[in-house]
Design a protein around this ligand. Structure first.
Ligand SMILES: Cc1cc2nc3c(=O)[nH]c(=O)nc-3n(C[C@H](O)[C@H](O)[C@H](O)COP(=O)(O)OP(=O)(O)OC[C@H]3O[C@@H](n4cnc5c(N)ncnc54)[C@H](O)[C@@H]3O)c2cc1C
Length: 293
């Protein structure tokens, strides 16, 4: 552990990533680091940068599939309190990247600030949500984001303002390794009304998605003007399995990891779906879930 000498309190080796992903799949991370503050993060990042070892940033692992072989690198998780703070200033909420998205949504509602409720039911952190511009039919996090504080893979810290950031469909042009903090501009509204909206969005998700199973949300992005789920359904794939990985019967764009499944099963099932949809509809499905291998 020479690489992290003196940082033994925050660095562990061979940590199973299955414990940190919604799929509950994935092999071990060679190093798993949970810095307690930004200075420790900087120290870790500089050491990784100098040694050339690859870094991976982990939120709640709700949009990730990690290979069974694990990760020969350093997985960094900003989970300590210092990275989870949120504060309100007028109509602006400032959230550190490790803050739980649903907690932020609830706090905004409690403070009578509207704009985040469209994200109800999406698991994960602020960092993960900003990174891929999480959202759905009611709106995306990019709609309310005003600025982000970032750290690149050499440890350089800087800020980017809204006019400088492109928020697209489940993507952004944020290339810096770490999102440290994001600021959101909201509008005042009645807390009860906001609460009602949260419930509606949440109920809709609950009724149409297999929320309680081991999954990673939508596997594929919707192709332009098409629904990936509808294409998979029309290809007759609902319920199809490879080993313990199965296409959800509730929502065909979800893959469920059943007991005994492996990440390899999921990867094979993803390829099978792509192949069938390509053959049947001449459509190339693009991944929404991120694969670490
Ligand atoms: C049941 C279910 C429903 C879902 N529904 C939706 C939905 O409706 N809409 C939607 O958009 N998504 C949905 N998802 C997917 C997922 O919840 C979102 O993509 C979420 O924003 C991921 O956040 P996370 O913290 O878990 O990120 P992770 O999955 O841990 O990571 C995702 C990406 O973000 C990066 N990342 C994480 N934190 C940081 C950081 N601090 N700095 C830089 N990069 C970072 C990671 O490196 C990775 O590239 C769903 C998932 C599940 C399981």
């Amino acid at each position: 552990m020479n690489l992290f000498a003196g940082l033994e309190d925050i660095v562990r080796q061979d940590v199973p990533l299955s414990e940190h992903t919604w799929f509950k799949l994935g092999g071990p991370a060679r190093y798993f680091v949970e810095p307690r503050n930004e200075e420790e993060l900087l120290d870790v990042v500089q050491r990784c940068h100098e040694s050339g070892i690859e870094m991976y940033v982990l939120g709640r692992g709700s949009n990730l599939l990690v290979a069974d072989e694990g990760i020969d690198g350093v997985v960094i998780r900003l989970s300590h309190d210092e990275f989870s703070k949120i504060e309100f200033e007028g109509e602006v909420v400032r959230a550190r990247s490790g803050a739980d998205l649903s907690f932020v949504i609830r706090e905004c509602a409690r403070n009578g600030l509207s704009g985040m409720e469209c994200l109800a039911g999406i698991p994960g952190t602020i960092g993960g949500a900003v990174k891929i511009n999480a959202g759905g039919r009611f709106g995306d996090i990019g709609n309310v984001a005003q600025s982000v504080k970032l750290m690149d893979s050499s440890g350089y810290r800087f800020e980017r303002k809204r006019h400088d950031i492109f928020f697209g469909y489940r993507m952004t042009n944020i290339m810096a390794k770490f999102i440290l903090e994001a600021e959101f501009s909201l509008v005042p509204d009645d807390p009860d009304q906001i609460g009602k909206m949260i419930k509606e969005v949440w109920m809709l998700k609950k009724n149409t998605q297999p929320m309680k199973s081991r999954n990673a949300g939508c596997i594929f992005k919707n192709p332009r003007a098409l629904s990936a789920g509808a294409l998979i359904d029309k290809a007759g794939l609902k319920g199809t399995n490879v080993g313990g990985a199965r296409i959800s019967r509730t929502h065909a764009n979800f893959i469920i990891a059943e007991d005994g499944s492996t990440a390899t099963d999921v990867l094979k099932l993803i390829e099978l779906v792509r192949e069938r949809v390509r053959q049947r509809f001449d459509v190339e499905l693009e991944l929404e879930v991120e694969i670490w291998q």
